[in-house]
Design a protein around this ligand. Structure first.
Ligand code: F6R
Length: 664
């Protein structure tokens, strides 16, 4: 949430910052701003609303310089408005952009006000600017590292989560940044450096990135990048600067990313980096190449990122399965990590924790893990799990699911779980450099590629594919599944991408269904068994992008309450593949029809359901039961997309939402 971009270069960086903001807009879009240092002056422009508003405002101003920071906001403290937009300034000297929440801002604000600082916004971020200024003034004037010392003194006083970019008007060659609880990468250019919340923001200028870790801060010039970690390190170590002219790679103490570091290390000798205000050690982080290419940040010929991402599913499912299966269709246990072979036989049960769409993937997985592997499996939303006293049974594998790998609640749940007695931690995640990935013992990558549409689509189906594989591995390990059954299941997964392609061809028919639906204000989604969470995900998709109120129910629950809502103004959408529960579901559909309710059924071709007055069926190809939750998710995504199109909402940036929820 919130997007940060910054640059220090030998060319005008304002077009780079603006393009970066456009690419980061999925992280927040209620206001945007930019500050640039030029001729010992800080120039700033801010606008409420989307980045296009800022762009229009910039067209009337000659904002240019070689050092600058910019921000697109998702409001936490203070309503979305121009005066709450970042960057925030102090005494026209310091400019700050921030993603996260400063929890002790009220205390700091009071102290700074007593010192004479005037506040011009309701944000927590503004305290950082004034605090930095106050700390800067306290450092000896002749101290060569005055700026860095002020930065460290400031960081030492902040409680909460932050990714920060800071510039000072008297230091036109220096950019400061820090990460604690919110992601931040350094982009490495040729004689220039950049910072951003996400590499996507910078693919126009570089494909080489350093992923800062928790507690890191960095001091950047066009040519140098010094990184420091909050923890105590080896005092005798050389200063970890690398030469930006060459592609440097220095191994990280903690990180073990799946993306390979590139090239060889460059480690010039350096000096003692310790600050008077805290314990900071120089730290080494690898430079990594971004593997997806710049087209990942573009819509191509599609009208929306969401539509592009829905259509990418056959390809990304293939890619996600490919690195976990041998050419013969055997699962590579080693794909889980080096400890997998030792840990798998010890797993007695599974606890899954996630948020939103990822949570729905976990709910589907419970049916698979219990049904195929015979292991008890619990699934919980991270925001509840993290604050609960949990009883942990021996041999429980703790699994987190996340597209971004930075979701604050999921990350907090993982950190809690690491000391709660779980057997091991497994992250199923789409971003290899993410905190969740780095901090888990076992890892499985979804190779969905960058997901930019705020509504998650391809990340969900690739998570399901990986979870199906996990259930099969556990099933084989527990002896619950015979080898032939495992092989059949692998074969079903391998034909899935082709079946998804067939479903995508049904888009015109799905769009037609959506046409007659867009004037509705409420709807129910029904499913049974493993397709109940699929219905939940369908309802979430519809509400988040079309703003139509949608609730999902297990179809058997209908007459325990929700049936009271059904009339001809309350359409009911059902997920009805041909499984053992189909006949029971059909009875539930009769109950709806008998009350005048209108049905839209996503059904198996062979289900024997006919279009009738008040009943519209969308027949889908017959598929193996293992993969139907994945297959039936796709038309639900298309349905929501087309309803939103008819309603004219902003599909990729639905109101009040943003991607990558890095705040609690
Ligand atoms: C809904 C959606 C969200 C995310 C949730 C978790 O379409 O995208 O519900 O699924 O915020 O995000 P990740 O998976 O990044 O942890």
């Amino acid at each position: 949430m919130c997007g940060i971009v910054g640059a220090i270069a030998r060319r005008n960086i304002t077009p780079i910052l603006l393009e970066g903001l456009k690419r980061l807009e999925y992280r927040g879009y209620d206001s945007a701003g930019m500050a640039v240092v030029r001729d010992s002056e800080l120039q700033r422009e801010r606008e409420s609303g989307k980045v296009a508003g800022l762009e229009a405002a910039l067209a009337d101003r000659n904002l240019s310089g070689q050092l600058g920071i910019a921000h697109t906001r998702w409001a936490t403290h203070g309503k979305p408005s121009r005066h709450n937009a970042h960057p925030h300034l102090s005494t026209a000297s310091v400019a700050v952009v921030h993603n996260g929440i400063i929890e002790n801002f009220e205390l700091l604000k009071q102290r700074l006000q007593e010192q004479g600082y005037c506040f011009h916004s309701e944000t927590d971020t503004e305290v950082i600017a004034h605090l930095f200024d106050a700390n800067y003034r306290q450092q000896p004037r002749d101290d060569a590292s005055r700026l860095l010392a002020a930065f460290r003194a400031t960081l030492a006083e902040l409680d909460g989560a932050y990714a920060l970019g800071i510039v000072h008007r008297d230091y036109p060659q220096e950019l400061l940044c820090a990460r604690m609880g919110s992601p931040l990468v350094i982009g490495v250019g040729s004689g220039e450096h950049f910072i951003a919340s996400d590499p996507l923001a910078l693919l126009q200028v570089t494909d080489r990135f350093i992923y800062l870790e928790e507690g890191d801060h960095a001091h950047l010039t066009a040519d140098t990048c010094e990184m420091f970690s909050e923890t105590l390190g080896d005092a005798g170590r050389s200063k970890p600067v690398y030469d930006a002219g060459r592609l440097g790679s220095v191994p990280s103490a903690r990180s073990n990313l799946s993306t390979q570091p590139v090239s060889s290390p460059v480690q010039p000798a350096g000096s003692d980096p310790k600050s008077s205000s805290g314990c900071w050690s120089p730290v080494r982080r690898p430079v990594q190449r971004f593997e997806h290419g710049d087209q990942a940040a573009s819509k191509g010929d599609y009208r929306h990122f969401m539509l592009k991402e829905i259509h990418e599913q056959p390809e990304v499912l293939t890619r996600t399965l490919a690195d976990k299966l041998t050419p013969e269709g055997q699962l590579l246990t080693a794909a889980l990590g080096p400890k997998a072979a030792e840990l798998l036989p010890q797993i007695k049960q599974v606890q899954i924790v996630a948020c939103g769409t990822s949570y729905h993937a976990g709910l589907v997985a419970r049916y698979w893990i219990e049904g195929l592997a015979g292991l008890p499996c619990s699934v919980e939303v991270a925001s509840e799990f993290r604050y609960r006293h949990v009883a942990v049974m021996p041999g429980t594998l703790f699994v987190t699911l996340s597209q971004s790998g930075e979701t604050a609640d999921t990350l907090a749940a993982l950190r809690f779980a690491k000391s709660a007695g779980y057997l091991s931690t497994l992250a199923i995640c789409n971003v290899p450099g993410s905190s969740l990935f780095r901090e888990s013992q076992l890892r499985l990558m979804t190779h969905a590629g960058p997901e930019i549409g705020v509504a998650s689509t391809k990340a969900f189906t690739t998570q399901l594919a990986v979870l199906a594989l996990l259930a099969l591995v556990l099933g084989r390990e527990s002896g619950e599944m015979k080898e032939t059954a495992v092989e059949e299941a692998f074969a079903a997964l391998q034909v899935l991408p082709q079946q998804v392609r067939q479903v995508l061809e049904l888009e015109p028919a799905i769009a037609e269904l959506a046409n007659g639906f867009a004037d509705k204000r409420h709807t129910l989604f029904l499913g049974r068994g493993v397709h109940y969470p699929v219905a939940m995900e369908g309802a979430l998709k519809l509400k988040e992008i079309s703003y139509i109120h949608a609730e999902a129910y297990a179809a058997g629950e209908l007459k325990h309450g929700p049936l009271a809502l059904v009339d001809d103004e309350m359409p009911v959408v059902t997920v009805a593949p041909s499984d053992e529960l189909l006949e029971k579901l059909k009875s539930n559909l009769q109950e709806v029809r008998a009350r005048g309710g209108r049905l839209i059924n996503f059904v198996c071709q062979q289900a024997g359901l006919n279009n009738d007055d008040g009943i519209r069926n969308l027949p889908l190809p017959k598929a193996d039961e293992l993969v139907t939750p994945i297959l039936y998710s796709v038309p639900l995504q298309l349905f929501s997309y087309h309803v939103a199109l008819v309603k004219g909402t902003d599909v990729d940036k639905p109101r009040n939402l943003a991607k990558s929820v890095t705040v609690e």
